[in-house]
Every structure is written in structure tokens, then in C-alpha cells.
Design a protein around this ligand. Sequence first.
Ligand code: DX5
Ligand code: ZN
Length: 216
Amino acid sequence: MVKVAPSILSADFVNLERDIRRLDPDGADYVHVDVMDGNFVPNITIGIPVTAAIKGISPLPLDVHLMIERPLRYVEDFCRAGADILTLHVESDLPANTLAALEKIRALGVRAGLSVKPNTRAEAVLPFLELCDLILVMTVEPGFGGQRFMTDMMPKLKTIRGWIDEKNPGCELEVDGGINEKTGRICVENGANVLVAGSAWFKNPDPAAFARALKG
Ligand code: DX5
Ligand code: ZN
């Protein structure tokens, strides 16, 4: 089954509660929360208190995407704030710290995710695959919503799907960046089962129809 995770980066922040409460009736599966620190990516967005506030009103599980340097320092805070899935970037720290962060997330009863930027090879996730509940393949350079989908990420997505089927079939495979009806379908064909959509969701006059289309 294909799942849809609207990225609230493109929601109306003045009416964030309203926008989040609509996600479940419109057919979304997760609320995708983009956390940026101005270091790992050149943008600053949502932090721990806002994540906790969202948790308090969200009818759906929180899929928290950390785009921060050395995330091990903060994984406990985000787990306690209510992340249901907590994803960090393989590029954001040394392998030993990435390992420790994934283990800590799982020890706190939260699902652990690992993400790869466009210029990172698929092989980077391999040493961690058995420790992951989700792999996130970025289909844009992380940092901003509304960018153009990178079709050339599809071979990487397909490769990782093969490894997941072989080594950790329960692991989800998510894509993030430039997802619309057409690019979402391409990602599903290449093995994705969770589609993040920011601008295409929140700018859509009929998100329920968009969700149905994405799920095929
Ligand atoms: C980008 C974020 C994405 C972003 C997606 O760094 O991780 O989640 O909000 O936005 P769209 O769907 O507009 O590309
Ligand atoms: Zn994201």
C-alpha cells in the first residue's frame, strides 16, 4: 500500500492546526515535519516545541525529518516531543554516531529512519539497513519546498528497494521532493511506498483527490 505524508513546510503556519486536522479526512497517512538548522541545510524551520505542539493536535503519526548537523544531540528530545518516525541524514555525522542515534531512537520506542541526499550513493545506507524502519531517498537537494523532482534518483531508489526486500522487508522506502501525481507514480514504480508531498498537497484545491491519485 502506498502512503502519503504531506510536508507541513508548505502549510499555512498561521492556520497550522486547521491544516493538520484536515490531513486525516483528506486521506494522508503521516504528517511530515521538516526540521532544519541553518547548518546542514541553508534554511531554518521547525524545532522541538513546535513538534510537541503539533503532536498534541495531530490525528496522524508524525514523520519527523531531521536536516541538522550531529543529530545524536537531539534525537531524545524529538522522540519525547512525539515523533513516531524519526529520520536523520547519513551525511550529518560520523558513522559511529549515526549508528548510536538509530539505536537510541529505537530504544525509545520510536521508528528510526535514515535519509540520503541526491549526491550520496545508495551504498551509504547499507551498513545501517537492519537498524532502520524507513529509508528516505531525497529527490531534491534538501532545504526548501517547491523544487524540481530529480528523475535521476530512480536507479538509487530501485537499488535500495532491492536491498530492503532482501535484508529488511518491513522497512519503508520514502521519497521527498518535487512529488506530484506524475513523479509520485514514477517513484512507486521504482519501489517507494511512502510519498512526501509539500507544495503539491497544500496548493491543491482537492487534496483528497490528490491523495487518491497518488495511491493509484
Ligand atoms: C525539503 C523537505 C521536503 C519539502 C518537500 O528539504 O525535506 O519535505 O517540504 O516539498 P515539495 O513537495 O514542495 O518538494
Ligand atoms: Zn522532508
